[in-house]
Design a protein around this ligand. Structure first.
Ligand SMILES: [Fe+2]
Ligand SMILES: [Fe+2]
Length: 191
C-alpha cells in the first residue's frame, strides 16, 4: 500500500472513522458486519480492552475485533449463525487484567482455563446472550480446555482465535525488521 494511503487510513482510524482488522485493508464500518456489533463496540467494557497488550504485538481490543470479524466471515461462508459468531467473537476475551500478572501469581487454575469463565461472566453483564454465544466464549480455548463445544460455531471460533493469534504476531514482523535495519544503518552512518 502506498505510504500516503496508509497514513490516511491511520488518521481515519485515530478519528474513529475507519475500523480496521489485522490482515485486511477494508473499513469494516462500511460492511454488513458492523451493525451487528456496533452496540457492543460502544460499550466502555469493550473499549477498555484497548488498554491491554495481547499476543505480544497487539491489543486485546484489536484481537477481539479480529476474531469477531473473521469468525463472522467464516461462519457466514459455512452458512452457520454468523450473527452470534460476530458477537461472541468480540466478547470471547473480555477480561481486564494483564495476563502476565495472572500467571505470575502462581494460581491453581491455568489462565487458558480461567479467562473464558471470566469473559463469559463479564459478557453476561452486557446483555442477553444465546446458548451458542455462551458456548463459543466458554469453549474458545478447546482443545486446551476439556469439555467438547456443543455447536459448530464454537469449533469455528477455536480455529479463528488461533489463526488471529498467528497473523497478529507474524504480519507486523516485516515492518519491525525494516525499523531495526533502519536504526542499524543510521547508527552505522553516524560513526
Ligand atoms: Fe482467549
Ligand atoms: Fe482470543
Amino acid at each position: 500500500m502506498k505510504r500516503e494511503k496508509k497514513q490516511e487510513i491511520e488518521r481515519l482510524v485515530r478519528e474513529g472513522k475507519w475500523l480496521k482488522v489485522t490482515g485486511s485493508r477494508r473499513n469494516v464500518m462500511q460492511t454488513d458486519y458492523y451493525p451487528i456489533i456496533a452496540d457492543l463496540l460502544a460499550r466502555e467494557e469493550v473499549q477498555a480492552l484497548g488498554n491491554f497488550r495481547h499476543h505480544i504485538m497487539t491489543t486485546r481490543f484489536q484481537h477481539c475485533l479480529n476474531v469477531s470479524y473473521y469468525n463472522y466471515r467464516l461462519c457466514r461462508l459455512l452458512r452457520l449463525d454468523a450473527v452470534s459468531a460476530a458477537r461472541a467473537g468480540l466478547l470471547h476475551d473480555l477480561y481486564h487484567y494483564d495476563t502476565a500478572c495472572y500467571s505470575h501469581s502462581a494460581p491453581a487454575i491455568r489462565h487458558s482455563h480461567y479467562h473464558p469463565m471470566v469473559a463469559l461472566e463479564a459478557a453476561e453483564q452486557l446483555g442477553e446472550m444465546n446458548e451458542r454465544e455462551r458456548d463459543m466464549i466458554e469453549n474458545h480455548m478447546w482443545p486446551v480446555t476439556r469439555p467438547l463445544p456443543r455447536y459448530a460455531e464454537s469449533y469455528v471460533i477455536t480455529v479463528v482465535d488461533k489463526y488471529c493469534a498467528v497473523i497478529e504476531f507474524v504480519l507486523p514482523q516485516p515492518a519491525r525488521l525494516r525499523r531495526w535495519v533502519g536504526q542499524k544503518v543510521r547508527r552505522f552512518r553516524q560513526h
